[in-house]
Design a protein around this ligand. Structure first.
Ligand SMILES: NC(=O)c1ccc[n+]([C@@H]2O[C@H](COP(=O)([O-])OP(=O)(O)OC[C@H]3O[C@@H](n4cnc5c(N)ncnc54)[C@H](OP(=O)(O)O)[C@@H]3O)[C@@H](O)[C@H]2O)c1
Length: 332
């Protein structure tokens, strides 16, 4: 018998451990075209919160009583598929289970020789691709421009800031912790940082950090932080709506300022996107990101929880800002 974690109830507000339940399940035998996988490293991501609610979105909600599904790097331990052998590592969105039998078709083989396995869930996976396409395709940062990124010390944010540096921009990061901000400045060479939790006057801090205004805003968090940044955009600014984590646990939607006049007066553009819009270009994004990683232009870090049972706690930690870089759960 192996462990599986299911959604026990839909969270109201911030998720708690009570929203999850661990069950013991039988793992079926492997049929032709299938493989048996042992979980190695799970990804926990803010978007899973959306799937825990039954509100209509771009991806179907989880059903109560069914396993949570997220990115997983897993090891093939039995194979009846020609394209996969025992010992291979694969990556796919898979259930929160210690072991599973799944069709081999659609599993992406990942190579430890190219990068550490956890990178396929972070900088070389969905978050890295989100940063790459969102910033470059929508934000179109130009040399000398000022790029502000919120959620700057997270999986997506720290890649956004570094890609903006590669483009020759001034990069300002907003995060909720001094140690995170020190990492952004010292290790990733951001030009300025703001701790939104301790700053006395966010408008003033932004004004100081962005003496030439804001040309590109990569928005990972929404809410009051974004209200403040949008108030300081330049003519022709591009605002990329990637995430709104400050609102994911809201039980009623807070009302903010009317931002249309700012967009109108500055001829600015605001666009939301989902990384899967770019699925046809993922190979291109992977190649460029892998090149920057191997060339030392992109650094990366993870925060790792250890043990299958830690999955719910690690997921909840995203909303408490406990992670620097990608939050992962190492199982084996
Ligand atoms: N559009 C897409 O296709 C796409 C793809 C991937 C991710 N996303 C979105 O991008 C954002 C970042 O995702 P990620 O995977 O890189 O997560 P992450 O940034 O690694 O982790 C979440 C971080 O958000 C910050 N946070 C939590 N609650 C907050 C609040 N109320 N206000 C401000 N900041 C808060 C915390 O950092 P602090 O210590 O700074 O508070 C936390 O560490 C999320 O909104 C996610 O939904 C979108």
């Amino acid at each position: 018998m192996k462990k599986q974690i299911v959604l026990k109830s839909r969270p109201v507000g911030k998720p708690t451990a009570d929203n999850f339940e661990t069950r013991l399940i039988e793992i079926p035998t492997v049929a032709e075209g299938e493989v048996r996988l042992v979980a190695h490293t799970f990804s926990v991501d803010p978007y899973l919160r959306g799937r825990m609610s039954d509100a209509k979105s771009y991806i179907a909600p989880f059903q109560v009583g069914e396993a949570i599904v997220s990115g997983l790097v897993a090891k093939v331990v039995e194979s009846k598929a020609a394209n996969l052998k025992v010992g291979d590592f694969v990556m796919e969105r898979l259930p929160w289970q210690e072991e599973m039998v799944v069709p081999a078709k659609g599993l992406q083989v990942v190579d430890e020789k190219i990068a550490p396995l956890s990178y396929y869930l972070g900088i070389l996976g969905m978050p890295g691709l989100t940063a790459y396409f969102g910033l470059l395709d929508i934000g179109k940062p130009q040399k000398g421009e000022t790029v502000v990124v919120s959620g700057a010390a997270g999986a997506v944010g720290m890649v956004v800031g570094q890609i903006a540096k590669i483009q020759g921009c001034r990069v300002v990061g907003i995060a909720g912790d001094d140690a995170k901000n020190e990492y952004l400045m010292k290790e990733l060479h951001f030009d300025a940082v703001i701790n939104y939790k301790t700053v006395k006057n966010l408008d003033k801090a932004l004004d100081t950090a962005c003496p030439s205004g804001v040309d590109v805003y990569f928005d990972n968090v929404g809410g009051e932080i974004s209200d403040a940044v949008i108030a300081q955009i330049n003519k022709g600014a591009r605002i990329i709506i990637c995430g709104q984590i400050s609102l994911y646990n809201a039980t009623s939607m807070p009302v903010g300022p009317r931002i249309q006049p700012s967009l109108l007066k500055r001829s600015a553009m605001m666009q939301g996107f989902i990384v899967s819009n770019y699925v046809h270009r993922f190979p291109e994004g992977f190649k460029v990101l892998a090149g920057w990683v191997s060339g030392g232009l992109l650094k990366y870090t993870n925060t790792a929880y250890k043990g299958f049972d830690q999955l719910p706690e690690a997921f909840i930690a995203l909303f408490e800002g406990k992670n620097l870089g990608k939050l992962i759960v190492e199982v084996s």
